[in-house]
Design a protein around this ligand. Structure first.
Ligand SMILES: Cc1cc2nc3c(=O)[nH]c(=O)nc-3n(C[C@H](O)[C@H](O)[C@H](O)COP(=O)(O)OP(=O)(O)OC[C@H]3O[C@@H](n4cnc5c(N)ncnc54)[C@H](O)[C@@H]3O)c2cc1C
Length: 498
């Protein structure tokens, strides 16, 4: 029986693990609690052709338009055609999508020409995460280790195949060996001052891939969401575009609907245009979302989670102006993989937001990311089942003590790392953010290198916070270099001096 080491417990890692458990033994490691994932925060839904008026061609076309035709068309077709069965699989796992008389209710989001988004209220991701986790927990072939931080991939001597990963658990450093290693570590929004991503999204998989010599693609295409709740200068969570869809206004501190002067569709202009305009207007004034003119009962009914979350911070969506900011939301690029999710290093695969299949091109069509993670982590199984010949024959996941020691941080070093992360986030937000200038990106790269050289050198031992700081710096460098390599605007990559 083959063995699988899966790094990450979001939709990509969990769905892969459930598939792989049919072939062999799986260990999932995840750096915090299992539900601490971007998946758990997804509000909108999951896209697939599920309605008789819709067609594969229409979903493909919408995806290509959103991605400015920079997409890999084979990957797009592959995802779109396999999306309906992947979503039906989720229903088999127990996800209770909104339905009426046994028919799925489908909604429509920006960029979709048809109704094709299956959803559960405004908490689709949470429902998916919990259903997949429940299946994982009752599966005898899968173990899940929480609070286990993957540090490094273990490659064999010629660096051409992967044997597993080094990880930290309970301040102990260990090497975990398996036939196949899976990177499903999610995105990297934490590289920016404002992000909708949870704290775990620090680009660890990208940085591990970088240290292992993997190739990257499209990292300049970071999608910024126009509206995250801004609590005293920090984005706390995403406020779905559907709130504007239901009639909410964007206002500055004079109470002006500034979007009226900027675009004929005002608040309903395309996501990027709204994000850029909020960003520019927010240099002059705080920006608010206002839905107080709508029926409070309907607002509460339509947005129960957002209403509750805001209540926790002392805001009433039905009565108050809600301070908002744009925020880094999704990384369209990542570790370059082919249609079989192969990374170029034997026995190492990548799925979900950490990977770049080419599906999203220069910008992601809403609700295409959950389904991408599902489709690609489903498809690989047939390939692995036929691939027994490549196995290293690690019939049981092996755990060996690593000779590195755990590094306990003193307060001084901890504070230094916090300050470095803060500097980096501000830098990326200002210079490699929503609106970019070539000269500013060059300055950012210099500052990133400066920060890198300030990382404590010669420290013996490994530590999670130290690694996360290094990973954020590597990710920032990769994004900046990709952005500088594209001096013209395309999709989500806006060069102001172009
Ligand atoms: C607020 C929000 C709303 C969204 N809404 C939608 C939507 O409506 N529809 C849609 O299609 N997409 C949506 N997205 C995007 C989508 O949720 C993500 O792209 C997707 O969930 C990513 O899944 P993943 O499995 O790749 O990563 P994640 O779900 O982020 O999981 C990553 C996992 O890797 C683990 N990990 C990371 N580093 C390490 C390490 N060093 N060691 C061990 N474990 C590690 C993490 O702990 C976590 O378990 C949204 C994203 C956000 C943030």
């Amino acid at each position: 029986m083959p063995t699988f080491l899966v790094i990450g417990s979001g939709i990509a890692g969990l769905n892969f693990a459930l598939n792989a458990s049919k072939l062999g033994q799986v260990l999932i490691i995840t750096k915090k609690h299992a539900i601490d994932t971007s998946t758990n925060y997804a509000q909108g839904g999951i896209a697939g052709v599920l309605d008789k008026y819709d067609s594969f061609d229409k979903h493909i076309k919408d995806t290509l338009i959103a991605g400015s035709y920079h997409n890999d068309q084979k990957a797009v077709k592959f995802m779109v055609k396999n999306a309906p069965s992947a979503i039906k699989n989720l229903i088999n796992y127990g996800v209770k999508f909104a339905s009426h008389d046994g028919e799925l209710l489908l909604t429509r989001e920006g960029g979709h020409s048809e109704r094709r988004i299956a959803f559960v209220g405004d908490y689709t991701g949470q429902e998916i995460e919990l259903a997949l986790l429940a299946n994982v927990k009752k599966n005898k072939n899968i173990k899940i280790w929480e609070n286990c931080f993957a540090c490094e991939l273990i490659l064999n001597n010629d660096q051409k195949s992967c044997l597993g990963a080094t990880a930290i658990k309970n301040q102990k450093i260990m090497d975990l060996y398996a036939d196949y290693t899976i990177l499903a570590t999610g995105g990297c929004g934490q590289v920016y001052l404002h992000t909708t991503n949870p704290k775990i999204s620090t680009g660890d998989g990208l940085a591990m891939g970088y240290r292992a010599g993997l190739k990257f693609q499209d990292l300049e295409f970071i999608q910024f969401h126009p509206t995250a709740f801004n609590y005293w200068g920090e984005a706390k969570f995403l406020i779905s575009e559907a709130v504007r869809g239901e009639g909410a206004y964007l206002k500055n501190n004079k109470g002006e609907r500034f979007m009226l002067k900027r675009h004929k569709l005002a608040e309903l202009a395309p996501r990027d245009i709204v994000a850029i305009n909020i960003y520019e207007e927010s240099k002059k004034s705080p920006i608010y979302l206002d839905i107080t003119h709508k029926d409070p009962n309907e607002v509460k009914l339509r947005f129960p989670k957002i209403y509750d979350w805001l209540k926790d911070y002392g805001f009433d969506l039905t009565k108050d102006l809600i301070p908002i900011t744009p925020a880094a939301h999704y990384s369209c690029g990542g570790i370059k993989v082919n249609l079989k999710s192969e990374t170029g290093v034997k026995n190492l695969y990548a799925f979900g937001e950490v990977a770049c299949t080419g599906v999203h091109g220069a910008n992601r069509l809403a609700s295409n990311s959950l389904v991408e993670a599902l489709v690609f982590s489903d498809a690989i199984i047939k390939n692995l089942a036929q691939k027994n010949a490549d196995r290293t024959n690690i019939t049981k996941i092996q755990i060996k003590k690593n000779k590195s020691e755990y590094l306990k941080l003193n307060k001084k070093l901890e504070n230094k790392l916090i300050a470095m992360q803060k500097n980096l986030k501000n830098l990326m937000w200002e210079k490699v953010g929503i609106l970019r200038k070539m000269a500013e990106m060059a300055e950012a790269l210099e500052s990133i290198n400066q920060l890198k050289s300030n990382l404590p050198a010669n420290t013996k031992g490994l530590n999670e916070m130290l690694l996360e700081t290094e990973n954020l710096l590597i990710t920032a460098e990769l994004i900046t270099k990709s952005a500088m390599a594209r001096p013209i605007s395309l999709g989500g990559h806006y060069i102001k001096d172009h």
